[in-house]
Design a protein. Sequence first.
Length: 463
Amino acid sequence: MSTVNGGISFWYAQDGAPAPREPLPGDSTADVCIVGGGYTGLWTAYYLKKAVPFLDITVLEAKFCGYGASGRNGGWLYNGIAGRDRYARLHGHDVAVRLQQAMNDTVDEVIRVAADENIDADIHKGGVLEIAQTPAQLRRLKDFHSVEAAFGEKDRVLLGARETAERIRVSGAVASSWTPHGARLHPVKLVKGLAAAVEALGVTVHESTPVTEIRPKHAVTPYGTVRAPYVLRCTEGFTASLKGQHRTWLPMNSSMIATEPLPEDIWAEIGWSGRETLGDMAHAYVYAQRTADDRIAIGGRGVPYRYGSKTDNDGRTRPATVEALRDVLVRFFPRLAGARVAHAWSGVLGVPRDWCATATLDRSTGLGWAGGYVGSGVATANLAARTLRDLIRQDSGQAGPTDLTALPWVNHKVRKWEPEPFRWLGVHTLYAAYRKADHREATTHAPATDRLASLADRISGRH
């Protein structure tokens, strides 16, 4: 059998497309209008409606709920948040520690709500294991482990080669860092269950309703305009399609493959009985999970960015990217050289110019937004939604400040990305540099991070 390429994602091929919801029938009003039916928008609707049941909330989604990153991601529910180190420099270490603790708690919050709402999303809390395979990666791993401990992760564990192999036998792994604050899940089962829970609470969800412009108290669509005191932009990697937002967040592309279900003899050789989510310390890093039906789903960068901030329609992935991901899979697990790649797909994630996730409410206009998760959105979207809930309740006089509204990512401002062609040239040059640095580190076995990657980090704003 050949590889299925596109079709949104493997997760939809496995679980099926959702039944379509009706588009916006015409001009309408609401107390809160949420643009975007992914994790951020749905979680925000959920928490707002639970906190203030009488609120009239409308969600507008261009395609269908979970069409974007929420239905295509790697299923990593973990405690990483983009920009924490920068927030520590801007606001102080202790404030950033509180942000990290909020993310640690968010992993359990998602698991709790899924259980309360009877959402079976194949969640397994096995933690996150990140490995090193070269001397330079080992140095970065040790530095990373020390930094995470300094931000309050006292339960994080540094493992040597033998201890790593006892968890997962990745070829050439010399060490790893494990945190309990992570879980594997099925992204589409989560987003479908969340959409159903939101509707059950009385939230109105309109699909096939693209919003073309957001302005104070207005969300404009081809079918009519929704007027609301609060309009929240929850569009992540698709933000560039909105009027005036073309350079706000860069839609970075990430691609994935999923194997066929693997037999027991292969799992006996690989291990992975703890079903940890698996990552590495490469500059062009990869992320993987062992699925509930015993496949390996693994992802990484393919074509990192399309000219003009374009996004794909159905997740189709270039054959060269599929082969590159397969090469990584076999490099990690040589026993899989003959395993079939059952599915390949791609999607976009939102990247701010300073790589910092944000949650914002402009009290002068009623406009709010959250995103820029840089690939950590499965959990961060939940924290963002609870933060937007608290900001709206504070602004409307229903509640005062909370611990969440005091976090350093709230109302963070960032400059726009460069115009084309500089944006395209810059991103492709930087990722070519990261790939070259990974190759040199693997072949020279130098103990220090390649200078090309360090330069790319400084130019890109990642560090």
